[in-house]
Design a protein around this ligand. Structure first.
Ligand SMILES: O=C(O)CCC(=O)C(=O)O
Length: 438
């Protein structure tokens, strides 16, 4: 007897599939094309359709339609190449890059553009594994701590030394399990709500009072609470879980660099400007220099049927990286369609670096009604949005499991220091994106 596969599906599974297909047909008739694309890539069952995702590393395997849209261009200057030859290349040693050819497919002089997306530029990974690891370490150890703001600040009293540093101490057995730092206290406890850790806060308060008798911790927290209420920001909640630094580090979603961002009003705190990290500044300056003057023909024509071209004329001498966001994704995370338009200077490009697992990146047009293009962003890849593309909707609907490059795995080489970072990266993707505000 020939059996159909459906016969072996459990009732629960059949119901689930029925519900999903019903919600799909509803979606197609009522949702925007951007939302449709997001739903496709977020779907676990049935799995997404990856047919039209642009893979810049395997263009020869792409459909003719995709091939006809992509143009390979030469960057104006080699990335990381400085007039001062003695200076260490911020993308890593070029000889090392050549030796690692099998795992690093990018070169330092090429980029790709998409004809119907003028202003979007893709640079395949120009980094050595070592340079990538250095930036990942910076994102976890140095950037994810005070005074940079992050998503956990609202609810937790974060350690000044940084969550990552405490996590490292715990893993390395350097912290006694009774040490109070093994648990991150909730802010709600100091603003009068329930918490199991009030004793700890009391102890902290006593210490603060000794060090700074004029201002107790409670007073400071109340002041912060009032400020948050005035600005319409979320208040600390006692309903969030109480966790150790090692558990909480996996809940880190973003931090801000340079001008700190106020998410509730979508504006920058002009009074909270922190020095921008030099290494990230150097990376972006090199990228902006390399794309200054690139030109290509788009798919558009004018009324005389003349082919239109796009030229990126943003002068790299004007580039000032002033604000940045580091996004930390766990495998199930995503970022929905949005436009980054809080900057006063919308002429300057937005530069974005990917590290760790591969993601699906969607980039559309000025509204969600324009169907987005989907592409893979792998570790080390750089994407740039400038010109008309600077205000286009974009998002990350999916991180792809099992795509961490070998050289970022915890035990890939004999670097004992990397092990703990590699463990974190086994379920993560990190994105660093940088903007000029003025
Ligand atoms: O993770 C990415 O590649 C994009 C992040 C992004 O769109 C954003 O932070 O605005």
């Amino acid at each position: 007897m020939i059996s159909s596969k459906a016969q072996y599906k459990s009732k629960r599974q059949q119901k689930l599939e029925q519900r999903q297909s019903q919600s799909k047909s509803f979606t197609h008739s009522t949702q925007t094309p951007f939302r449709d694309a997001e739903r496709n890539f977020k779907s676990r069952l049935p799995p997404p359709n990856f047919d039209n995702v642009i893979d810049f590393y395997n263009l020869d395997l792409s459909s003719d339609e995709i091939k006809s849209k992509i143009v390979k261009i030469e960057l104006k200057v080699e990335l990381g190449k400085d007039d001062d030859e003695e200076k260490e290349n911020i993308f890593g040693d070029y000889n090392e890059l050549k030796e690692e050819k099998e795992i690093i497919k990018g070169e330092r002089r090429i980029a790709y553009v998409v004809k119907d997306l003028p202003g979007f530029i893709f640079i395949p990974n120009p980094f050595t594994p070592k340079a990538q690891k250095n930036i990942i370490k910076r994102c976890l150890k140095d950037f994810a701590k005070y005074p940079n703001k992050n998503n956990l600040d609202t609810h937790y009293v974060l350690p000044k030394e940084g969550l990552w540093n405490l996590h490292e101490k715990i893993i390395n057995g350097e912290l006694d399990k009774n040490d109070s730092r093994c648990v991150v206290p909730l802010k709600a406890s100091v603003t009068g709500q329930n918490s199991l850790y009030e004793e700890e806060i009391d102890a902290k308060q006593e210490k603060t009072q000794k060090e700074c008798p004029q201002k107790s911790l409670v007073e400071k927290e109340y002041q912060e609470k009032e400020e948050r209420e005035e600005k319409g920001e979320p208040l600390p909640s006692s309903g969030v879980p109480i966790l150790s630094p090692s558990e909480l580090i996996k809940k880190l979603r973003w931090i801000t660099l340079g001008y700190q961002y106020h998410w509730a009003t979508k504006t920058y705190h002009l009074d909270k400007r922190l020095p921008f990290p030099k290494d990230i500044e150097l990376l972006t300056t090199s990228v902006v220099k390399s794309i200054n003057g690139i030109k290509f023909y788009t798919n558009e024509t004018n009324e005389n049927n003349d082919k239109q071209y796009f030229v990126n004329d943003y002068d790299h001498k004007k580039w000032k990286p002033e604000a940045g966001v580091v996004n930390y994704y766990q495998l199930k995370d995503n970022i929905m369609a949005h436009v980054d338009k809080s900057e006063i200077n919308m002429e300057a490009p937005l530069i974005s670096f990917s590290f760790g697992h591969t993601c699906i990146f969607l980039i559309g047009g000025p509204t969600r009604d324009i169907a987005p293009i989907a592409l893979y962003l792998r570790s080390g890849d750089i994407s740039i949005m400038c010109g008309p593309c600077r205000t286009n909707f974009h998002g990350v609907p999916r991180i792809l499991e099992g795509t961490l490059p070998k050289y970022l795995e915890p035990n890939y080489d004999d670097d004992p220091e990397w092990k703990i970072y590699g463990d974190f990266m086994s379920s993560s993707r990190i994105n660093v994106n940088v903007r000029q505000v003025f």
